[in-house]
Design a protein around this ligand. Structure first.
Ligand code: ADP
Ligand code: MG
Ligand code: MG
Length: 263
């Protein structure tokens, strides 16, 4: 079957580096989905599909429903996230209450922990790739840069988005802890409304990532609790061996204080 046989294509939902994402509706069930179309010649599409299938067992991962192939493209029919991107919600909100930040961050850590337990490094954790359900729950999306790694294996290719990239990724020897750093960059933005590392050029940005120390004495941190600052400090630790794991984040006092125990 061709995708047009089974779905009615709708409005554009987003655009990425390679493909575009459109709303689509099943002709059989009337259910809405999101369709990511990737041009052929992009060999990574097989890996993206394989990893999404591998990770299908978690409610925090965008579910892949079906895949179509035609002469020019692959079409990935995915669960629709009607709440849009976390980045757009953040832009509207400015900074979040600690209660809200902790709950979003806990859900993100649960899904990152699941990815890591399943042997996957996402490599592109950022709020453009975190989508929201109708009720505001997060779903991790965009496994286009994700890699499966065996225990103890490390990666070397530069990947990800400059502002979120971990220092060890710049050096070229990294693993799952790189996702924790990127999540920490996001946590910084949730708490104070700005990214921690900035620069007028890519070189200046990378220099800041490699060496800039967070100044918790500055004005913007005065209304943020000590446990929140402590957690962020443990995440944005440059020595990735010493950096906190997803599991440790989940039992950090700040997370425990602000979130409901579910287990
Ligand atoms: P890229 O690899 O090109 O960055 P993404 O998978 O991140 O592609 O998708 C690009 C954009 O399309 C997202 O930032 C989002 O706006 C939108 N999008 C992707 N998947 C969905 C989805 N399942 N539901 C709703 N919107 C989506
Ligand atoms: Mg993306
Ligand atoms: Mg991608």
């Amino acid at each position: 079957n061709k995708i047009e046989d089974d779905y009615v294509m709708g409005e554009a939902l987003g655009k990425g580096k390679f493909g575009s994402v459109f709303l689509c509706r099943s002709k059989v069930t009337g259910v809405d989905f999101a369709c990511k179309t990737l041009p052929k010649g992009e060999e990574t599409v097989h890996k993206e599909v394989e990893i999404m299938q591998h990770l299908s067992g978690h409610p925090g991962v965008v579910t892949l429903h079906s895949v179509y192939e035609d002469a020019e493209s692959f079409h990935l029919v995915m669960e629709l996230c009607p709440g849009g991107r976390l980045i757009d919600e953040m832009t509207k909100e400015g900074s979040y209450s600690e209660h809200k930040a902790a709950n979003i961050f806990k859900d993100l850590m649960l899904v990152i922990q699941y990815c890591h337990d399943m042997g996957v490094v996402h490599r592109d954790i950022k709020p453009e790739n975190i989508l929201l359900t109708a009720s505001g729950k997060i779903k991790l999306a965009d496994f286009g840069l994700a890699m499966r790694i065996a225990n103890g294996q490390s990666l070397s290719g530069l990947a990800g988005s400059p502002a979120y990239v971990a220092p060890e990724v710049l050096i070229g020897d990294y693993g799952q802890k790189a996702d924790i750093w990127s999540a920490g960059v996001l946590l910084h933005a949730l708490l104070v409304g700005v990214l921690p590392f900035q620069g007028d050029s890519l070189e200046a940005l990378f220099e800041a990532i490699k060496s800039m120390k967070l100044d918790f004495h500055s004005e913007k941190w005065q209304s943020v609790s000590k446990p929140a600052r402590d957690l962020l400090d443990r995440i944005l630790t440059r020595d990735f061996a010493a950096r906190i794991t997803a599991e440790e984040v989940l039992s950090h006092p700040w997370i425990l204080f602000y979130t409901e125990r579910t287990l």
